[in-house]
Design a protein around this ligand. Sequence first.
Ligand code: PXP
Length: 239
Amino acid sequence: MRKKLGVNIDHIATLREARKTIYPDPVEAAVFAELAGADGITAHLREDRRHIQDRDIYILRSTLKTSLNLEMALNPSILEIALKVLPDEVRIVPENREEVTTEGGLDVIANRAKLREFVPALQEKRIVVSLFVDPDPRQIEAAVDCGAEFIEIHTGSYADAKGDSAIHAEFEKVRNAAGFAVSIGLRVNAGHGLNYRNVAPICQIPQIEALNIGHSIVSRAVYVGLERAVRDMIDVMNS
Ligand code: PXP
């Protein structure tokens, strides 16, 4: 089955915020990504608003032709925005102010109580809820317990692994986690650190439905343009 591609446009907003200009605009970037065949657009509204701004999310909601996937932390003020904007999907991620990017999966076990408030509040508005987790069976089991329909498996350790045996070991964790998740009733996506060179094996994991990819696509876009960069990723994913 063809994997869907969600294009993460945070990095376009990072470039804009570096100069506090009005360009490049992630809303415009989303148009090009959709024209190139993206199945959805992902944006992370962080508590510190370091890249995506509230205005981006509201405009994306009214202009996207595909799916709006909002990434957010367990933060009540962001929840309030999500319940107003009504994205198609919310992915709950951990968030530390000092981190350069999301550094690991959500500790679902430690955040069980909060998740049992956030997940039904979103689902009542017909928003699909996904939890971003490490390929760890304990966390995956806890995701079911919190009522999530989807998990997104964090592929960062796979992407960062060096040497064939380490890469293989991390890949096996992702593969086993995907199989386990589906066996207990979850649907599965994956993402973080995926690029044109490491994405192909992940596409061979049958249980994974969609990949969310940002940094590698936006980096290639600097040279070849965003439409071409998205198309190139779709080609690698389909090959
Ligand atoms: N999935 C999640 C939950 C993320 O936080 C990110 C990064 O914002 C991605 C996927 C995309 O990761 P990358 O930019 O490394 O492709």
